[in-house]
Design a protein around this ligand. Structure first.
Ligand SMILES: NC(=O)c1ccc[n+]([C@@H]2O[C@H](COP(=O)([O-])OP(=O)(O)OC[C@H]3O[C@@H](n4cnc5c(N)ncnc54)[C@H](O)[C@@H]3O)[C@@H](O)[C@H]2O)c1
Length: 337
């Protein structure tokens, strides 16, 4: 039984508690949160514990938790600016770390995390959920199988209301939409296609400089004629959250929209009717946790999402931001060597 410590019991941390309830080989036994004193009194959490609530170990400082020898892995759900400190503390204390995306706010922080993982010999994975999302994995599987011929074009969209009232609306803490939201699709392109040669982005800060870029359109140039772009919005207009993609292959056209059921329609060349694949399995968040646990159990590095790729995901977002600021094309070699 793997003993899990949740670091940061806010929105994502609470979601994680529910997922660990579905995983027999792991159990949440400890929590670290600056609000520990209040949270431990919160009756709404009672149904989420797998062990008696009075046996949950509470810490205000995540460093105390990883030094106490009470957990085998941590699941880091802290505001992004703290990811580096928490992951490095865990790894240096011999504790595996699953960490929410984005890896960190700066490349220096990402590189410190990569180095700490290498030195520790413990496992680190950044939870890039789109790499584990069934509709997106379906696309990657078919790109790799070559069943529909060459991919000609991929367009990705992700948009929703700006998270308000907390650290997320301050770009200095969250990186703004380009690092917190847009990164999902930029990293997916990296997962599916590798790193582009150049990045060209347009966007702006319509909600004020402090919120960072809140709308952006990024073109990824793979030097092959393949058309790849991603568009994201965080808006103060209360639109429903949606993620979409459209992919054109030589022999098929795919349209995916997470807000629709069915979410994916596949139009194949020569087929009389479109196909609607059904995704009834576990969702991306359960998939990514299970995958990381399997890596720990088998002593294997998480190749489906490596620390260096997570560093490059941040690099892609920063390259897009640089492109907007400079008004021109940015070579990826400047950000990811
Ligand atoms: N994968 C996804 O789809 C997704 C969605 C939302 C958020 N996220 C990411 O998850 C992370 C957490 O976001 P959230 O929305 O859960 O944030 P949140 O504000 O809801 O929760 C953060 C928690 O951390 C605690 N905390 C803050 N500073 C701390 C510190 N120094 N030490 C200990 N505890 C501390 C807070 O008390 C709070 O309980 C972020 O990196 C965010 O980008 C990912």
């Amino acid at each position: 039984m793997l003993r899990v410590g949740i670091v940061g019991l806010g929105g994502m941390g609470r979601g994680r508690l529910r997922y660990y309830q579905q995983i027999p080989e792991a159990r949440v036994e400890a929590v670290a949160d600056v609000r520990a004193a209040d949270l431990r009194q919160d009756d709404r959490l009672a149904e989420l514990w797998e062990i008696p609530a009075d046996q949950v170990r509470w810490f205000e400082d995540f460093r105390d938790m990883v030094a106490a020898g009470v957990v085998d892995m941590v699941d880091i759900c802290l505001p992004t600016g703290y990811h580096r400190a928490a992951a490095v503390a865990a790894l240096q204390n011999g504790v595996h770390a699953l960490c929410e995306k984005p890896m960190a706010l700066t490349l220096a922080d990402c590189e410190a995390m990569v180095a700490a993982q290498r030195e520790s010999g413990k496992l680190l994975m950044v939870a890039h959920c789109i790499r584990f999302w069934p509709e997106y994995q379906y696309l990657v599987d078919h790109m790799q199988s070559g069943e529909w011929g060459k991919l000609l074009s991929l367009q990705l969209v992700r948009q929703g209301p700006t998270p308000r009232g907390g650290w997320m609306e301050h770009a200095v803490h969250s990186g703004g939409a380009i690092l917190d939201l847009h990164i999902h699709d930029l990293d997916f392109c990296q997962y599916a296609l590798g790193l582009p040669q150049q990045v060209y982005a347009r966007g702006g800060q319509s909600l004020g400089d402090a919120r960072g870029y809140d709308y952006m359109h990024t073109t990824l140039d793979y030097g092959s004629g393949l058309m790849v772009s991603a568009t994201s919005h965080w808006t103060d207009v209360s639109i429903p959250f949606v993620a979409r993609y459209e992919a054109r292959f030589e022999g098929a056209f795919l349209q995916m929209d997470t807000s629709k059921r069915p979410s994916l329609t596949v139009y194949r060349a020569g087929a009389a009717e479109p196909e609607v694949p059904v995704f009834n399995g576990p969702d991306a968040y359960l998939n990514e946790i299970r995958y990381f646990l399997r890596c720990i159990q088998e002593g294997q590095e998480p190749v489906r999402c490596t620390p260096v790729q997570s560093r490059h995901a941040v690099a892609l977002s920063l390259a897009a931001a640089a492109s907007i600021a400079r008004g021109g094309m940015v070579p990826m070699s400047e950000f990811a060597r």
